[in-house]
Design a protein around this ligand. Structure first.
Ligand code: SF4
Ligand code: SF4
Length: 312
């Protein structure tokens, strides 16, 4: 059975990618399961989707914890603990990373001796949540890496899954998917099917065992909002809102009220201030600000500016 996991961000077409790959397997006569798993809401948030494909009925259920192939559509997810892209990866797993960096660099960085393949899709793109063809390209590359999906089966799957969007969309996606498929030709068949798993093969998920404590200590004690302050949802952000204080009218309540995460505080002088540890980058504040005092900057550029500023 092939066990394949896609990791990406909300908005990158990862759910569709898993459906395309599942349909392509189906076209080749496989039994298939595919399902997306979302965390919290909105574009940019880490999510994953998985595909199982086998020549016999699939009895396994649930999240794939021992993947044969992991596709990382967004390399910025690798260091994000919540994305957990390396969960269950072993030396026999293949990692396909959308990155302009070489497999050797990634091997060194991840300290892995398994197989890493890179697909440089997004080097020139700034808003990662809007990579237009990343999902379909990952599906095309993955199809080739399995070695059991022909171009015709992939094309039919893309037509099935995207046909409702019209011929122009299908044509563009086909072009990108086939380019990614061709780019992987040298590694066709690299992914090896895993064997059947028995219940005795089950490995505990990577959870944290909490010590049992008396109810007096361990019972929930939530009296106010903000108890999730330790969850730095700012890592989800692909675009950053930046307040231009020259243009800001200090109307105060508009942006801070509309921010769904209470990530804009009003300072004592009446000026708004964004808490970037918890701003998810939904950009509602930029939309509602009456004088357009909040500009939108690609997160990558903003971080580069910060690094430069710190050096200066
Ligand atoms: S809504 Fe715009 S003008 Fe009003 S406080 Fe926020 S940034 Fe300033
Ligand atoms: S982009 Fe603006 S509205 Fe959205 S979470 Fe960040 S500060 Fe709040």
């Amino acid at each position: 059975m092939y066990r394949i996991r896609f990791h990406g961000r909300g908005g990158q077409g990862i759910k569709t990618a898993s459906r395309i790959l599942g349909s392509a397997f189906f076209n080749e006569g496989f039994e298939v399961q595919d399902a997306p798993v979302y965390g919290a809401e909105r574009r940019g948030a880490p999510m994953f989707a998985y595909v199982r494909a086998a020549r016999a009925p699939i009895q396994e259920r649930g999240i794939i914890t021992r993947p044969d192939l992991v596709i990382i559509a967004d390399e910025s997810l690798v260091p994000v603990p919540a994305a957990n892209v390396l969960q269950g990866v072993t030396d026999r797993s293949v990692l396909l990373i959308n990155s302009a960096e070489s497999p050797a660099t990634w091997k060194e960085r991840l300290k892995r001796i398994g197989t890493i393949v890179t697909l440089p899709v997004s080097a020139e793109i700034t808003d990662r949540a809007e990579l237009p063809y990343i999902g379909v390209m990952c599906a095309g590359a993955a199809a080739c890496l399995t070695g059991v999906i022909r171009c015709a089966a992939l094309e039919d799957a893309i037509r099935t899954e995207l046909g409702a969007h019209g011929e122009a969309v299908v044509t563009q996606n086909l072009k990108q998917a086939m380019a990614a498929y061709d780019a992987m030709q040298a590694q066709a068949g690299l992914v090896i099917e895993g064997g059947a798993m028995a219940a005795t093969d089950y490995a505990d998920p990577e959870w944290v065992e909490l010590q049992f404590e008396a109810a007096r200590i361990a019972a929930p004690d939530v009296f106010a909002p903000g108890t999730s302050v330790q969850v730095k949802t700012g890592v989800w952000r692909s675009m950053r809102p930046v307040i231009d204080y020259e243009l800001c009218h200090r109307c105060a309540w508009v942006c801070s009220t509309f921010c769904p995460d209470s990530a804009i505080h009003v300072r004592a002088d009446g000026a708004p201030e964004i808490d970037y540890d918890h701003c998810k980058g939904c950009l509602i504040c930029a939309t509602v600000c009456p004088p357009h005092a909040i500009r939108v900057v690609p997160e990558r550029d903003a971080q580069a500016e910060e690094t430069e500023g710190a050096k200066a």
